[in-house]
Design a protein around this ligand. Sequence first.
Ligand code: GAL
Length: 420
Amino acid sequence: MNLISKRFLAASCLNIGLIFTGFGTSASAEEVEVLHWWTSGGEAKSMNVLKQMLEAKGHKWKDFSVAGGSGSNATTVLKSRVIAGNPPSAAQLKKMDLLEWGELDVLSNLDKVASEGKWNQVLPAEVSRAVQQKGKYIAVPVNIHRVNWMWVNPKIFKKAGAKIPSTWDEFFVAAEKIKKAGYVPLAHGGQSWQDATLFEVIAMGVGGADFYRKAFVDLDQKTLNSKKMEEVFTVFRKVRPYLDKGSAGRDWNLATSMVIKGEAAMQIMGDWAKGEFSAANKKPNKDYVCVPAPQTKDMFTYGIDSFAMFSGRADKGQRDFAMSVMDKDFQSVFNAAKGSIPARHDVDISKFDACAKDSKSAFILAEQKKNLVPSMAHGMATPAAAQGAFIDVISQFFNTPKMTVASATKAIAKAAKEAN
Ligand code: GAL
C-alpha cells in the first residue's frame, strides 16, 4: 500500500537535485502546507485544533487533505508531489514509510527542536523510536492509537439477548443471536486495509504477541507458514458471514456510523472510531461500549501518527508546527477528540473518557508484559513492500471463498519471502 519501490527510490534520487533547486520558490516562509488524510467527521474536527494553533502563531495553514482511510491514497499523492519537485512542508507519515523517506535524505532533521522540547524525556521509548532514524528525529509524534478495540452497541446486545464476547468462540455465539434478531453483527468496510486491520487483530488474539511479532515484524517463515497461521485464517473466514451485503468498499467511518445508528452491533477498529462516536455526541458506557477485541485483553497493537517535514520548506513554520504538535495542551485537546491517547506520557488524562483511560493502562500493562506490538496494517511493523503483499493476500482470501486456508497460509509466507 505505502510502497516506495526500489525503482522509485532510484528515480527519486535523480530528482532530489531538482527538488532542492525548487525549494523556497512556491511557498512563502509563513505558509505551512500540510498533507494528511484526516477527513472523517471526528478526524477533521481534531485536525482543526492544530490548524488554529498554527494560525495563532502567525502562519498560514494550507490544507492538503487526501481522503482514504489509513493513508491509502495520501502516500501515493505524496510521492507524485515529491517527484514533481514540490513536496508539502509537512506530511502525515508512519514509521515504515518514514524510514524509506529518511533514506532519501529529504526530511528535515528535528533534533534541535527535539532537544529543546526534551522529547527524549517526555516520550515513551516505543514512541520516540517510531519517529527516529539512526538516532535522529525525523518526525514529530501526535498520538498513540490502539488498534485492537471492539466498538459495541449495547442496546442491540440487549435486544438480541447476547453477551459481549471476550473470546472468538463467544463472538460467534453472540453474532448468531444478533443475526437472528435482525441486526448486522459486525460493521465492516471491505477495503483492503480494513480487512488487514481485522486480520491482524485476529492474529494477535489467536496467536499471541510472540507469534504476532515473529510473523509481522521478523517476517519469520516458520511462523508465517504454520498451523497457527492456518488457525488465524480459519477464524477470519468464519467472521465473513456476519458482515452485511453492503460492506464492499465501504469507508471505515460509515461502518462506525452503523454501530452509532443501531444498525450493527460491533465494529473491530482502532480508536479513531471513537472520534466518530464523540463527534456524534455519544458517550462511552452509555451509548456505546469499548472492549478489547476478542482474546486481546492486556494486549496492545499500536499505531502512532506522526508528521515529517520536507527539508527546505518554510523552516520557521516547520519548527512552530513541530512545537505545536508537541505542546501539552494541543496533545490533550487533539487526542481527546481523535480517540487516541497523547504521544507524550506527561499529559494529564484525568479528564479523558473511560476508553482513553483504559487505553493508557493497557499500554502500560502491555509494555510490562511484552504484549505491546506495532500494527502491521497501519504501517508500524512491516516494511512497505511486504506489508503491501500481505494485505493483498489477506484481502484476496477474504473475498475469494474458494481460496483454501492452506493456500492462503502458503501465500502469505511466499509474499514475505519475495518482498524481502
Ligand atoms: C490510521 C491512522 C488514524 C486514522 C485511521 C483512519 O492509520 O493512524 O489516525 O486516520 O488510519 O484513517
